[in-house]
Design a protein around this ligand. Structure first.
Ligand SMILES: NC(=O)c1ccc[n+]([C@@H]2O[C@H](COP(=O)([O-])OP(=O)(O)OC[C@H]3O[C@@H](n4cnc5c(N)ncnc54)[C@H](O)[C@@H]3O)[C@@H](O)[C@H]2O)c1
Length: 315
């Protein structure tokens, strides 16, 4: 058995820049759309009342991955991350284990990276300003990736003033209220999904919403009325309709499959994005294993090319 590379949080972030994460994430959606990359359904394992674990496999580009990741909303109170886990990478041809990656950094990069991918496809062509509602780990990477792709300036909103200030200072953006953040061209909600932050009255013609926080059963950041009032897009219908921002509106019968377009279809030119400049578009991101594969592949390439150092273990 060959040695297995172990890339920690810093190694993954040193290996994959936000620019590369954005480009690879976009490519992943296209490859999955063309059935070149495979992704069985995500498995949820409840660990009530603490949170849940998710097992997320994907295969493509000569690699097979399994991400074993958590979402434990009460963890910050224990001074622990909400999201933690490990991502295993194997050779898709021989099945040999290749690498183990810190899953927190991979998740942060790919979750942030999908925000500009969706915004470029769905927001108005002249959209610039950003509102970030929830400035924790994933909110910060969402903001960094949007800034990398040319969006900004932005308003950072968080009940923890220090989190909003740190992100705003880093990007040269400003701290603001929920209302100020929701006035932006591109609004990204990335809170724990325990309380509503967007209602119907908040929607303004021409806006684009990336809803990133509700990535499991029981979570929501918008009222079902607000969701139903938008032109809807998702990363994957199966996940979005059962454990995403769309779930409540689907369960109430307000939203059906024919009203929701897959982001991959828009990126591939198979479906239209926004109908006109006045539409309010909403992208429900639940987080896909193909996005993780995209980042893992970039990290493994960087390690193989000697651009990043890794520890190794022999199994
Ligand atoms: N869609 C995806 O692909 C994806 C990926 C990873 C995580 N997530 C989800 O994103 C959410 C956030 O994860 P995280 O790791 O960034 O958590 P985190 O705890 O690091 O950050 C959450 C932030 O939201 C803030 N917040 C709470 N209530 C708020 C409110 N009403 N208004 C504004 N801000 C508020 C908190 O103060 C905190 O700073 C979780 O629900 C997680 O499961 C989604």
């Amino acid at each position: 058995m060959p040695d297995v590379a172990v890339l920690d949080y810093d190694a993954v972030l040193a290996a994959v820049s936000p620019r590369e994460a954005i480009d690879r994430t976009r490519d992943a959606f296209l490859r999955h759309r063309r059935d070149e990359w495979l992704m069985p359904a995500k498995v949820y394992l409840e660990s009530a009342p603490h949170g849940d674990f998710r097992a997320m496999p994907a295969l493509g580009g000569g690699l097979a991955i399994l991400k074993w990741i958590s979402s434990f909303p009460s963890n910050p109170a224990r001074d622990l991350s909400t999201v933690m886990g490990i991502l295993l990478v194997s050779d898709a041809e021989t099945s040999e284990p290749i690498a183990m990656l810190d899953a927190r950094s991979v998740t942060a990069l790919r979750t942030g990276a999908v925000a500009p991918v969706a915004a470029r496809a769905l927001a108005r062509a002249d959209a610039a300003t950003v509102g970030i509602v929830g400035c924790g780990l994933h909110g910060a990477w969402t903001a960094r990736c949007l800034a990398t792709d040319g969006y900004g300036p932005g308003v950072c909103c968080d009940p923890r003033p220090e989190a909003a200030a740190a992100l705003a200072n880093e990007l040269g953006w400003s701290v603001g209220t929920r209302e100020e953040a929701l006035a932006a061209d591109v609004v990204c909600c990335i809170t724990p999904g325990a309380e509503i932050v967007v209602d119907t009255g908040d929607l303004r013609p021409g806006q684009h919403y990336n809803m990133l926080g509700a990535d499991g059963p029981g979570k929501a950041e918008a009222t079902i009325g607000a969701v139903a009032a938008c032109t809807l897009f998702c990363d994957e219908w199966a996940q979005a309709s059962h454990g995403g921002e769309l779930t409540g509106a689907v369960e109430e019968g307000l939203v059906t499959r024919d009203r929701v377009t897959d982001l991959g279809a828009v990126l591939a030119g198979e479906a239209p994005g926004r109908a006109d400049t006045g539409a309010v578009t909403l992208f429900d991101s639940t987080g896909l294993a193909i996005q993780d594969l995209a980042i893992a592949a970039a990290a493994v390439e960087a390690w193989r090319e000697g651009r990043v150092q890794a520890q190794t273990v022999r199994l």
